[in-house]
Ligand binder design. Sequence first.
Ligand code: UDP
Length: 338
Amino acid sequence: MSPVWFPVPPAGYGGIEWIVALLADGLVDAGHDVTLFASGDSHTKARLDAVYPVAPSERIGHTYWELRHAINCLGRAGDFDVISDHTGMLGLTLGSMGPTPLAHTVHGPLSGEPGVMYRQIVAMLPHAALIAVSDDQREPQPDLPWVATCRNALDLSVYPFRPERGDYLLFLGRMTADKGAHRAIAVAIECGLPLKLAGKCREPLEQQYFDDLVRPHLSDRIEYVGEVTHGEKVELLQHARATLFPIEWDEPFGLVMIESMACGAPVIATRFGAVPEVIEDGVTGVIVDRWQEMGAALEQADAIDPQVQRRAVEERFSPQRMVADYLAAYEATIERWA
Ligand code: UDP
């Protein structure tokens, strides 16, 4: 069961939807009978079941819309051996009360209130089974009923590699303070380098952040190119000198890092959340303690061998590895329900 706010795979922004797309197709390729609950504008090798013909992106976060989607799946729970749930806490709570084993992937961070809420929810659910997307994600709540860590993956056939690098810095993500577009701007200004900013800026808080901290700095060298499609994203990654990932939150995974590594642009990232699990410092990217050190790290990033970073993604973040991890997690979940 996918989140329902964007199609699977997404046309633009949407990390979870990419993972759900890869997972559903990978499970079908591995010979499993899969039904994907997502919006009707999704494309999948699985059987698609949708209550909304088009993803209701403008309703993002509205419980009624999410509930309608969730009960469409959970009402049919008896048809399945296991439900792989990628929605939020609502899907976990309702779905784990039924007779069908449900493995819920936590896609967000667990620090602060979300962690406390997860603890309260699983206390009500004797069989709850949770999957993490990184080991670091579990850290604030190590005693939740984890069955596995299943790190994210990429379909490398749609992330072509280009070893030659360009001259601009790139920021790709959401327009929120956590992701740090404003820090990327400060680094670009300090280094005197052009910066392209690509990202989702649809919701009121994102628009407010953008107006306050991004828009005032835009110029012919600091350019906001909007929310980009997959093709546009690949093009940007293939021609960047480096991707800046100046996060200041407990990033649960950070798909943008492996996308950049796959296409050839080295990543310079701050040491938060799962960053050290994704990047091997000095080998497949550069990790700094504070965003203020990013400019000075640029030469080190230039020296990162693009072939080495591409190979690391092929070896560590392949869909086959992710599908195998999920299958093991489903087995553990079924055992828990038995
Ligand atoms: N993305 C995109 N276009 C944009 C901005 C983001 O396609 O304009 C994609 C990005 O490449 C990645 C996903 O959206 O695949 C975001 O996932 P990530 O794990 O990096 O961050 P999240 O927003 O889920 O914290």
